[in-house]
Design a protein around this ligand. Structure first.
Ligand SMILES: [Zn+2]
Length: 395
């Protein structure tokens, strides 16, 4: 068995012609769990599924808290074969290498295949790792139809709190594809992740006045779409001034939605990110001020709703240097890099030291069937992971 074989085999699960679709609480993710349980058992690990649908494999050795290694097994609709999967499959490869090297870990090693990181089915992103650290809001999940989907898959929403096992973990390692183009463009093998960007999600509803497109004088219009469009550009221009921040308006809807009517109502969904802790706290107030100013100039009413707020997370400096040394020992080039995308590590890092290893994504493409990391880079990443893990369990 090789890592390449595992990537090929796991990529068949949920394959749908246009990519891979494994959403939480579906038959595809159940098949992925069954496959992973078997692979863990083959490696001699104690394999089980927890109350949140996460797969856990335990190598109970030595004493103390476990080193947890893994990533997620779900995908976005029509996603690729590497996002999430590579972190779990390279953890299997790392265990294989440790066993081949005759290592007897001084403490337990656990593998995690987290469920529902993408949250693509019911917008419950990172449900699996959130349950693992005990950070779920059950009341909120009850409202969002999660119980029904879980019950259909043989799980019980009320038992989610039992999935909390972070107290038995001492550190976390996650290998992931970069999902950006920095490593690929610069020809670097390994990214040592320093932090994960914080995210503020806002929804802005603009209300002006719907009227006839041909008879309403330009000067007296209260055009909600024009106001929203100005906000889109202003947020972009503001984010362009900093290298550590991004702004995105990914959804816009205008009513009544006819070419011959002045749009009286417009809603936009805003995604603001920053890896800087100082700047993160300014994201929401800055955006609110900018939106209010433009709305006033366009004579619009505006209502701004905070949809989500996740602060940036710093990854553990000691683990960063262990990963960098492991890369050096493998004769791999490496750089420090901040992650713009969210990961399970974000949930775990506030509880225990967490480290992340990035491998290059061809042309930075992800969440797409075209997602690709070369077999050489997959294996190199797994070797860096194995070395880092070895350093943690042989002292
Ligand atoms: Zn991922």
């Amino acid at each position: 068995v090789s890592l390449e074989d595992d990537i090929e085999a796991f990529g068949q699960i949920g394959r749908d012609g246009e990519g891979v679709t494994r959403l939480a609480w579906t038959a595809e993710i159940e098949a992925a769990r069954a496959w992973l349980l078997q692979r863990l058992a083959d490696l001699g690990l104690r394999a089980s599924v927890d109350e949140a649908g996460n797969v856990l494999g335990r190598w109970e050795s030595g004493r103390g808290t476990a080193i947890l290694v893994g990533s997620h097994i779900d995908t976005v609709p029509h996603g690729g074969r590497f996002d999430g999967a590579l972190g779990v499959l390279s953890a299997l490869e790392a265990i294989r290498q440790l066993k081949q090297n005759g290592i007897r870990p001084s403490r337990p090693i656990w593998i995690a295949g987290f469920n529902d990181e993408e949250g693509a089915l019911l917008r419950t992103s990172m449900l699996g790792s959130r349950a693992f650290v005990g950070g779920l809001d059950l009341a909120d999940l009850r409202e969002h139809g999660v119980a029904v989907a879980m019950a259909a898959a043989g799980f019980d929403l009320e038992r989610l709190p039992e999935a909390k096992r972070i107290d038995q973990v001492g550190a976390y390692l996650e290998l992931h594809i970069e999902q950006g183009h920095t490593l690929d463009e610069r020809g670097i093998d390994i990214g040592v992740v320093t932090s994960i960007a914080g995210l503020v999600g806002l929804r802005a509803r603009f209300t002006g006045e719907t009227n006839h497109a041909g008879t309403t004088p330009m000067r007296s219009r209260r055009d909600a779409l024009v106001g929203a469009a100005r906000v889109v550009l202003a947020l972009r221009n503001d984010a362009r001034r900093r290298s550590d921040s991004t702004a995105n308006v990914g959804s816009i809807s205008a009513e009544p939605g006819a070419a011959n009517a002045v749009p009286g109502r417009t809603v936009i969904e805003i995604d603001l990110r920053s890896s800087s802790r100082d700047h993160f706290v300014r994201l929401e107030p800055r955006a609110r001020l900018l939106i209010a100013e433009i709305a006033a100039e366009e004579r619009l009413d505006v209502d701004i709703e905070l949809v989500q707020s996740k602060p940036p997370v710093e990854l553990d400096p000691t683990l960063q240097s262990l990963i960098a040394s492991a890369a050096e020992a493998e004769h791999a080039s490496s750089i420090d890099i901040a992650s713009g995308a969210g990961h399970d590590a974000m949930l775990i890092a506030p509880h225990v030291p967490a480290g992340m290893i990035f491998v290059p994504s061809r042309r930075g493409i992800s969440h797409s069937p075209d997602e690709f990391t070369s077999p050489e880079h997959c294996l190199l990443g797994a070797r860096v992971l194995a070395r880092t893990l070895t350093a943690l369990v042989t002292n």
